[in-house]
Design a protein around this ligand. Structure first.
Ligand code: HPA
Length: 274
């Protein structure tokens, strides 16, 4: 996938969307699909129709781009995403984020389902991502660097935007529910972690663990977009409760966390969007 492929896909979207492209995009993770219904007056693109887009393979990931409004503010909502565990190449993992950039998006809001390593952040709660650990073994920026996207060796000291994260905190305060903060660790998956892995990740400083989000963050920072994100906690990480982990549980508690996450995203967009 080259710079030209990214531009072609962006051109395909622009030709079919009547209006100004929003400057904010949000990516909805597993179990958060219902949030897309909140987007009004949406122009909808199936990922299947977008040239060059990776095709989704997981249940619970519809794979659509919606361009519309939330709280009357223009937003792009990505319902579903490409995962490393689906076997996507680095370029495929970078593609949709690069298309958003080519469309003119400046702020990328990433959401995901994650397991919690924090005893006080149980299933159904939310965590603002303040930093990440890329433990996935993959990186979307691997390969020949195209300087039109960004530099060969991008700095990621401030990958997660402090100002945007503080807006999330203010919004949660106003809405009256707790918003935890912490470091998100990406594992490749597709298996959930072993208890020993979770032990190791705790020592490394992880607060939540999941199988996504880091590729989009790295790709977005490479092209200079601002990034912030929230994990919806669907379970305690492996070994913390004695129970086994299931995708079903992820979806169930994802739906519970989605109630507050929808409120949070609405309030955020209202604050931030032009
Ligand atoms: N581990 C990895 N990914 C996840 C988890 C988890 O515990 N929960 C939801 N996504």
């Amino acid at each position: 996938m080259t710079y030209k492929d990214v531009q072609s896909c962006a051109a395909y979207i622009k030709e079919r969307f009547d209006g100004d492209i929003p400057s904010i995009a949000m990516v909805l993770g597993s179990g958060l699909n219902s949030l897309a219904d909140a987007v009004k007056n949406a122009t909808v693109f199936s990922f299947l129709d977008l040239p060059g887009f990776p095709k989704p393979t997981v249940e619970g990931h519809a794979g659509r781009m919606l361009i519309g409004t939330l709280e009357g503010k223009p937003v792009i909502c990505m319902q579903g995403r490409a995962h490393a565990y689906e076997g996507n190449s680095p370029e495929k993992l970078a593609f949709s984020t690069r298309v958003l950039w080519a469309l003119g998006v400046e702020i990328l809001v990433l959401t995901n389902a994650a397991g919690s390593l924090m005893k006080d952040a149980g299933p159904g709660s939310l965590m603002a991502i303040t930093d990440h650990i890329n433990f996935s073994g993959i990186n979307p920026l691997v390969g020949v660097n195209d300087d039109r996207f960004g530099p060969r060796f991008p700095d990621v000291t401030n990958a997660w935007d402090k100002e945007l994260t503080s807006t999330f905190e203010k919004c949660a305060d106003k809405l009256g529910f707790p918003l935890h903060k912490g470091t998100y660790l990406m594992a490749m998956g597709p298996n959930f972690e072993t208890p020993a892995e979770i032990q190791a990740f705790r020592v490394m400083g992880a607060n939540a663990v999941g199988m996504s989000t880091v590729p989009e963050c790295l790709t977005a920072r490479h092209v200079g977009m601002r990034v912030c994100g929230v994990s919806s906690i669907t379970n305690y990480a492996a070994g913390m409760t004695g129970d086994e982990l299931t995708h079903h549980e992820t979806m169930e508690f994802g739906a519970i966390a989605a109630v507050n996450l929808e409120k949070l995203l609405r309030a955020f967009v209202e604050q931030i969007a032009a």
